[in-house]
Design a protein around this ligand. Sequence first.
Ligand code: CA
Length: 364
Amino acid sequence: MGPRLRLLTANGTDIGREREENQDYYGFYEGTPYGYLWAVCDGMGGAAGGKKASIMAVELIRDTFHEEDHENIEEVIRTSVTRANKAIFERSLEEPVLHGMGTTAVILVIKNTQAYIAHVGDSRIYLVREGQMQQLTTDHSLVQGLVEEGTLTKEQAKDHPQSHIITRSIGVMEKVDCDIRSTPIELKPDDRFILCSDGLTGMVSEEVIREFALEFGPRQACKKLIDLANKNGGTDNITVQIIKILPPLPPPRSFPERLLKRAKSFSKKQYLLLVLCGAIITIATGLGWWFWPEAEQEAAMENHAISDEVISEGRADEDPGERVEDSGERVEDSEERVEDSGERIEDSKEKGEDSGEKTGSDLE
Ligand code: CA
Protein backbone atom coordinates (compact mmCIF):
# COMPACT_ATOMS: atom_id res chain seq x y z
CA MET A 1 0.00 0.00 0.00
CA GLY A 2 1.38 3.38 -0.97
CA PRO A 3 1.49 6.43 1.26
CA ARG A 4 -1.86 7.93 2.13
CA LEU A 5 -2.70 11.12 0.29
CA ARG A 6 -2.94 14.14 2.54
CA LEU A 7 -4.15 17.53 1.44
CA LEU A 8 -5.71 20.73 2.62
CA THR A 9 -8.46 22.39 0.67
CA ALA A 10 -10.50 25.53 1.01
CA ASN A 11 -12.91 27.50 -1.11
CA GLY A 12 -14.88 30.66 -1.28
CA THR A 13 -17.27 32.53 -3.51
CA ASP A 14 -18.51 36.09 -3.51
CA ILE A 15 -21.06 38.03 -5.51
CA GLY A 16 -18.59 40.85 -6.15
CA ARG A 17 -19.50 44.52 -6.09
CA GLU A 18 -21.50 45.07 -9.26
CA ARG A 19 -23.62 42.00 -9.93
CA GLU A 20 -27.05 41.46 -8.44
CA GLU A 21 -26.70 37.72 -8.23
CA ASN A 22 -23.90 35.21 -7.77
CA GLN A 23 -24.09 32.92 -10.79
CA ASP A 24 -20.90 31.04 -9.86
CA TYR A 25 -21.22 27.69 -8.15
CA TYR A 26 -18.68 25.18 -6.91
CA GLY A 27 -18.36 21.83 -5.19
CA PHE A 28 -15.84 19.67 -3.39
CA TYR A 29 -16.62 16.00 -2.91
CA GLU A 30 -14.71 13.29 -1.06
CA GLY A 31 -15.14 9.58 -1.36
CA THR A 32 -16.33 9.24 -4.95
CA PRO A 33 -15.28 5.95 -6.60
CA TYR A 34 -12.87 8.05 -8.69
CA GLY A 35 -11.23 9.97 -5.85
CA TYR A 36 -11.60 13.58 -4.74
CA LEU A 37 -13.55 15.90 -7.01
CA TRP A 38 -13.54 19.67 -7.30
CA ALA A 39 -15.57 21.75 -9.74
CA VAL A 40 -16.07 25.46 -10.37
CA CYS A 41 -18.80 26.62 -12.73
CA ASP A 42 -19.49 30.17 -13.90
CA GLY A 43 -23.03 30.49 -15.20
CA MET A 44 -24.32 32.97 -17.74
CA GLY A 45 -27.44 34.04 -19.58
CA GLY A 46 -30.94 35.18 -18.79
CA ALA A 47 -32.44 36.54 -15.63
CA ALA A 48 -32.41 33.24 -13.77
CA GLY A 49 -30.49 31.13 -16.28
CA GLY A 50 -26.87 31.63 -15.20
CA LYS A 51 -27.37 30.56 -11.63
CA LYS A 52 -29.54 27.65 -12.67
CA ALA A 53 -26.98 26.42 -15.21
CA SER A 54 -23.99 26.48 -12.87
CA ILE A 55 -25.88 24.71 -10.08
CA MET A 56 -27.20 22.07 -12.47
CA ALA A 57 -23.72 21.47 -13.89
CA VAL A 58 -22.00 21.01 -10.52
CA GLU A 59 -24.77 18.71 -9.29
CA LEU A 60 -24.83 16.58 -12.43
CA ILE A 61 -21.04 16.27 -12.43
CA ARG A 62 -21.19 15.27 -8.77
CA ASP A 63 -23.95 12.69 -9.35
CA THR A 64 -22.12 11.13 -12.28
CA PHE A 65 -18.98 10.81 -10.15
CA HIS A 66 -20.93 8.85 -7.56
CA GLU A 67 -21.87 6.15 -10.08
CA GLU A 68 -19.54 3.20 -10.08
CA ASP A 69 -20.00 1.96 -13.62
CA HIS A 70 -17.53 4.14 -15.51
CA GLU A 71 -14.39 2.57 -16.88
CA ASN A 72 -11.89 5.23 -15.95
CA ILE A 73 -11.57 8.82 -14.82
CA GLU A 74 -11.46 10.26 -18.31
CA GLU A 75 -14.71 8.52 -19.14
CA VAL A 76 -16.48 9.69 -16.00
CA ILE A 77 -15.41 13.28 -16.68
CA ARG A 78 -16.60 13.15 -20.27
CA THR A 79 -19.91 11.51 -19.33
CA SER A 80 -20.53 14.02 -16.54
CA VAL A 81 -19.99 17.02 -18.82
CA THR A 82 -22.05 15.53 -21.67
CA ARG A 83 -24.87 14.80 -19.25
CA ALA A 84 -24.76 18.29 -17.76
CA ASN A 85 -24.77 19.79 -21.26
CA LYS A 86 -27.78 17.80 -22.35
CA ALA A 87 -29.79 18.51 -19.22
CA ILE A 88 -29.09 22.24 -19.23
CA PHE A 89 -29.73 22.55 -22.97
CA GLU A 90 -33.06 20.71 -22.76
CA ARG A 91 -34.13 22.67 -19.73
CA SER A 92 -33.38 25.95 -21.49
CA LEU A 93 -35.70 24.92 -24.33
CA GLU A 94 -38.49 24.04 -21.92
CA GLU A 95 -38.54 27.31 -20.01
CA PRO A 96 -38.38 30.56 -21.99
CA VAL A 97 -36.95 32.42 -18.99
CA LEU A 98 -33.95 30.06 -19.02
CA HIS A 99 -33.38 30.31 -22.74
CA GLY A 100 -29.71 30.60 -23.70
CA MET A 101 -28.38 29.70 -20.29
CA GLY A 102 -25.00 28.04 -20.04
CA THR A 103 -21.97 27.65 -17.83
CA THR A 104 -18.24 27.14 -17.82
CA ALA A 105 -16.72 24.28 -15.83
CA VAL A 106 -13.31 23.40 -14.49
CA ILE A 107 -12.91 19.96 -13.01
CA LEU A 108 -10.05 18.64 -10.89
CA VAL A 109 -9.92 15.00 -9.83
CA ILE A 110 -7.27 13.64 -7.49
CA LYS A 111 -6.92 9.90 -7.25
CA ASN A 112 -3.99 8.30 -5.42
CA THR A 113 -1.02 10.44 -6.47
CA GLN A 114 -2.40 11.79 -9.71
CA ALA A 115 -4.42 14.83 -10.72
CA TYR A 116 -6.79 14.97 -13.69
CA ILE A 117 -7.78 18.26 -15.28
CA ALA A 118 -10.72 19.13 -17.53
CA HIS A 119 -12.49 22.30 -18.59
CA VAL A 120 -14.99 24.07 -20.79
CA GLY A 121 -14.97 27.87 -21.08
CA ASP A 122 -12.76 30.46 -19.40
CA SER A 123 -12.67 29.37 -15.77
CA ARG A 124 -9.14 28.25 -14.97
CA ILE A 125 -6.96 25.79 -13.10
CA TYR A 126 -3.43 26.79 -12.09
CA LEU A 127 -0.69 24.69 -10.58
CA VAL A 128 1.90 26.28 -8.29
CA ARG A 129 4.96 24.04 -8.07
CA GLU A 130 8.44 24.90 -6.82
CA GLY A 131 7.55 28.58 -6.70
CA GLN A 132 6.32 28.77 -10.31
CA MET A 133 2.72 29.04 -11.41
CA GLN A 134 1.44 27.40 -14.57
CA GLN A 135 -2.02 27.70 -16.12
CA LEU A 136 -3.20 24.17 -16.82
CA THR A 137 -6.25 25.18 -18.86
CA THR A 138 -6.51 27.25 -22.04
CA ASP A 139 -9.48 29.61 -22.09
CA HIS A 140 -12.13 28.83 -24.64
CA SER A 141 -12.62 32.50 -25.35
CA LEU A 142 -12.62 34.94 -28.22
CA VAL A 143 -9.54 36.81 -27.02
CA GLN A 144 -7.60 33.61 -26.35
CA GLY A 145 -8.22 32.72 -30.00
CA LEU A 146 -6.85 36.13 -31.03
CA VAL A 147 -3.80 35.62 -28.79
CA GLU A 148 -3.14 32.22 -30.35
CA GLU A 149 -3.29 33.57 -33.89
CA GLY A 150 -0.98 36.43 -32.91
CA THR A 151 -3.49 39.27 -33.28
CA LEU A 152 -3.37 40.17 -29.58
CA THR A 153 -0.68 39.92 -26.91
CA LYS A 154 -1.56 38.30 -23.60
CA GLU A 155 -1.43 41.74 -21.97
CA GLN A 156 -3.79 43.29 -24.54
CA ALA A 157 -6.18 40.39 -24.11
CA LYS A 158 -6.61 41.15 -20.43
CA ASP A 159 -8.26 44.53 -20.93
CA HIS A 160 -9.97 43.70 -24.19
CA PRO A 161 -13.65 44.82 -24.26
CA GLN A 162 -14.68 41.37 -25.50
CA SER A 163 -12.60 39.42 -23.00
CA HIS A 164 -15.78 38.00 -21.47
CA ILE A 165 -16.98 36.31 -24.69
CA ILE A 166 -16.44 32.58 -24.48
CA THR A 167 -16.39 30.22 -27.43
CA ARG A 168 -17.37 27.06 -25.60
CA SER A 169 -19.78 26.44 -22.75
CA ILE A 170 -21.96 23.78 -21.22
CA GLY A 171 -25.68 23.87 -22.08
CA VAL A 172 -25.79 26.42 -24.89
CA MET A 173 -25.51 24.03 -27.81
CA GLU A 174 -26.79 20.53 -28.32
CA LYS A 175 -23.27 19.11 -28.00
CA VAL A 176 -20.19 20.16 -26.08
CA ASP A 177 -16.52 19.37 -26.41
CA CYS A 178 -14.70 19.15 -23.09
CA ASP A 179 -10.90 19.45 -22.96
CA ILE A 180 -9.34 16.78 -20.77
CA ARG A 181 -5.61 17.00 -20.15
CA SER A 182 -4.11 14.03 -21.94
CA THR A 183 -1.75 12.92 -19.18
CA PRO A 184 -2.57 13.19 -15.49
CA ILE A 185 -0.21 15.19 -13.29
CA GLU A 186 1.95 13.26 -10.84
CA LEU A 187 1.48 15.02 -7.50
CA LYS A 188 4.39 16.39 -5.47
CA PRO A 189 4.24 17.52 -1.85
CA ASP A 190 3.63 21.25 -1.62
CA ASP A 191 1.85 21.46 -4.96
CA ARG A 192 -1.03 23.91 -4.95
CA PHE A 193 -3.94 23.78 -7.36
CA ILE A 194 -6.10 26.84 -7.83
CA LEU A 195 -9.53 26.62 -9.48
CA CYS A 196 -11.20 29.92 -10.20
CA SER A 197 -13.76 31.81 -12.22
CA ASP A 198 -12.82 34.82 -14.36
CA GLY A 199 -14.10 37.11 -11.62
CA LEU A 200 -10.78 36.41 -9.90
CA THR A 201 -8.42 36.38 -12.88
CA GLY A 202 -10.00 39.54 -14.29
CA MET A 203 -9.33 41.49 -11.09
CA VAL A 204 -6.14 39.98 -9.63
CA SER A 205 -2.88 39.45 -11.53
CA GLU A 206 -1.41 35.97 -11.88
CA GLU A 207 1.67 37.17 -10.03
CA VAL A 208 -0.41 38.06 -6.96
CA ILE A 209 -2.42 34.81 -7.17
CA ARG A 210 0.88 32.90 -7.16
CA GLU A 211 2.26 34.92 -4.23
CA PHE A 212 -0.87 34.47 -2.09
CA ALA A 213 -1.07 30.75 -2.84
CA LEU A 214 2.54 30.33 -1.75
CA GLU A 215 2.48 32.64 1.23
CA PHE A 216 -0.77 31.59 2.89
CA GLY A 217 -2.57 28.36 3.64
CA PRO A 218 -5.52 27.52 1.35
CA ARG A 219 -8.18 29.03 3.55
CA GLN A 220 -6.46 32.33 4.13
CA ALA A 221 -5.35 32.54 0.50
CA CYS A 222 -8.95 32.09 -0.70
CA LYS A 223 -10.17 34.82 1.57
CA LYS A 224 -7.41 37.24 0.68
CA LEU A 225 -7.81 36.68 -3.06
CA ILE A 226 -11.55 37.29 -2.91
CA ASP A 227 -11.04 40.41 -0.79
CA LEU A 228 -8.47 41.72 -3.24
CA ALA A 229 -10.67 41.02 -6.28
CA ASN A 230 -13.39 43.07 -4.61
CA LYS A 231 -10.96 45.82 -3.69
CA ASN A 232 -9.80 46.00 -7.30
CA GLY A 233 -13.36 46.48 -8.55
CA GLY A 234 -15.25 43.25 -8.07
CA THR A 235 -17.02 43.65 -11.41
CA ASP A 236 -17.95 39.97 -11.56
CA ASN A 237 -18.74 37.06 -9.26
CA ILE A 238 -15.56 35.63 -7.71
CA THR A 239 -14.99 31.97 -6.92
CA VAL A 240 -11.81 30.20 -5.88
CA GLN A 241 -10.84 26.77 -4.58
CA ILE A 242 -7.29 25.99 -3.45
CA ILE A 243 -5.83 22.55 -2.82
CA LYS A 244 -2.47 22.06 -1.15
CA ILE A 245 -0.80 18.65 -1.28
CA LEU A 246 0.88 17.71 2.00
CA PRO A 247 3.83 15.34 2.40
CA PRO A 248 2.81 11.77 3.27
CA LEU A 249 2.91 10.73 6.94
CA PRO A 250 6.20 9.16 8.06
CA PRO A 251 5.90 5.48 9.11
CA PRO A 252 5.10 5.07 12.85
CA ARG A 253 8.25 5.15 14.99
CA SER A 254 9.29 2.12 17.03
CA PHE A 255 8.86 2.23 20.81
CA PRO A 256 12.54 2.85 21.79
CA GLU A 257 12.76 5.64 19.22
CA ARG A 258 9.69 7.34 20.61
CA LEU A 259 10.94 6.97 24.16
CA LEU A 260 14.25 8.50 23.13
CA LYS A 261 12.49 11.35 21.39
CA ARG A 262 10.35 12.00 24.42
CA ALA A 263 13.42 11.95 26.69
CA LYS A 264 15.11 14.44 24.36
CA SER A 265 12.16 16.76 24.63
CA PHE A 266 12.47 16.94 28.45
CA SER A 267 13.37 20.36 29.73
CA LYS A 268 16.16 20.94 32.25
CA LYS A 269 13.54 21.42 34.95
CA GLN A 270 11.89 18.09 34.17
CA TYR A 271 15.28 16.34 34.27
CA LEU A 272 16.06 17.89 37.64
CA LEU A 273 12.69 16.82 39.01
CA LEU A 274 13.23 13.27 37.78
CA VAL A 275 16.68 13.06 39.39
CA LEU A 276 15.31 14.54 42.62
CA CYS A 277 12.46 11.98 42.77
CA GLY A 278 14.95 9.19 42.17
CA ALA A 279 17.20 10.43 44.96
CA ILE A 280 14.30 10.71 47.44
CA ILE A 281 13.10 7.19 46.69
CA THR A 282 16.64 5.78 47.07
CA ILE A 283 17.22 7.55 50.39
CA ALA A 284 13.79 6.57 51.76
CA THR A 285 14.32 2.92 50.82
CA GLY A 286 17.79 2.90 52.35
CA LEU A 287 16.54 4.47 55.59
CA GLY A 288 13.63 2.04 55.80
CA TRP A 289 15.97 -0.92 55.34
CA TRP A 290 18.33 0.45 58.01
CA PHE A 291 15.63 0.73 60.64
CA TRP A 292 13.79 -2.50 59.72
CA PRO A 293 14.13 -5.41 62.23
CA GLU A 294 16.27 -8.22 60.77
CA ALA A 295 13.61 -10.95 61.08
CA GLU A 296 11.08 -8.92 59.11
CA GLN A 297 13.71 -8.20 56.47
CA GLU A 298 14.17 -11.93 55.86
CA ALA A 299 10.43 -12.51 55.59
CA ALA A 300 10.16 -9.63 53.18
CA MET A 301 12.94 -11.09 51.02
CA GLU A 302 10.94 -14.30 50.69
CA ASN A 303 7.76 -12.38 49.81
CA HIS A 304 9.70 -10.34 47.37
CA ALA A 305 10.87 -13.44 45.56
CA ILE A 306 7.27 -14.62 45.24
CA SER A 307 5.92 -11.29 44.14
CA ASP A 308 8.73 -11.07 41.58
CA GLU A 309 7.45 -14.22 39.94
CA VAL A 310 3.91 -12.90 39.87
CA ILE A 311 5.04 -9.72 38.17
CA SER A 312 6.97 -11.54 35.52
CA GLU A 313 4.02 -13.83 34.84
CA GLY A 314 1.81 -10.80 34.44
CA ARG A 315 4.26 -9.32 31.96
CA ALA A 316 4.35 -12.46 29.91
CA ASP A 317 0.57 -12.33 29.58
CA GLU A 318 0.56 -8.78 28.41
CA ASP A 319 3.05 -9.25 25.57
CA PRO A 320 4.83 -5.94 25.39
CA GLY A 321 5.36 -6.31 21.64
CA GLU A 322 1.68 -5.84 20.98
CA ARG A 323 1.45 -2.93 23.28
CA VAL A 324 4.07 -1.03 21.32
CA GLU A 325 2.34 -1.65 18.05
CA ASP A 326 -0.96 -0.58 19.51
CA SER A 327 0.20 2.74 20.79
CA GLY A 328 2.00 3.34 17.51
CA GLU A 329 -1.26 3.02 15.66
CA ARG A 330 -2.99 5.30 18.04
CA VAL A 331 -0.45 8.03 17.39
CA GLU A 332 -0.98 7.72 13.67
CA ASP A 333 -4.73 7.65 14.09
CA SER A 334 -4.84 10.88 15.96
CA GLU A 335 -2.85 12.60 13.22
CA GLU A 336 -5.19 11.29 10.58
CA ARG A 337 -8.12 12.51 12.54
CA VAL A 338 -6.70 16.03 12.42
CA GLU A 339 -6.45 15.78 8.68
CA ASP A 340 -9.88 14.27 8.36
CA SER A 341 -11.59 16.92 10.39
CA GLY A 342 -9.89 19.54 8.26
CA GLU A 343 -11.42 18.11 5.17
CA ARG A 344 -14.80 17.88 6.74
CA ILE A 345 -14.72 21.56 7.56
CA GLU A 346 -14.13 22.31 3.89
CA ASP A 347 -16.80 19.88 2.92
CA SER A 348 -19.40 21.64 4.95
CA LYS A 349 -18.89 24.65 2.74
CA GLU A 350 -19.42 22.78 -0.46
CA LYS A 351 -22.79 24.29 -1.05
CA GLY A 352 -22.22 27.57 0.72
CA GLU A 353 -22.79 30.19 -1.87
CA ASP A 354 -21.42 33.02 0.09
CA SER A 355 -18.73 31.49 2.22
CA GLY A 356 -16.16 34.15 1.45
CA GLU A 357 -16.79 35.35 4.97
CA LYS A 358 -16.24 31.94 6.46
CA THR A 359 -12.72 31.43 5.24
CA GLY A 360 -11.33 32.66 8.52
CA SER A 361 -8.59 30.71 10.25
CA ASP A 362 -6.34 28.29 8.47
CA LEU A 363 -6.07 24.63 9.28
CA GLU A 364 -2.31 24.52 9.21
CA1 CA B 1 -17.79 35.26 -14.60
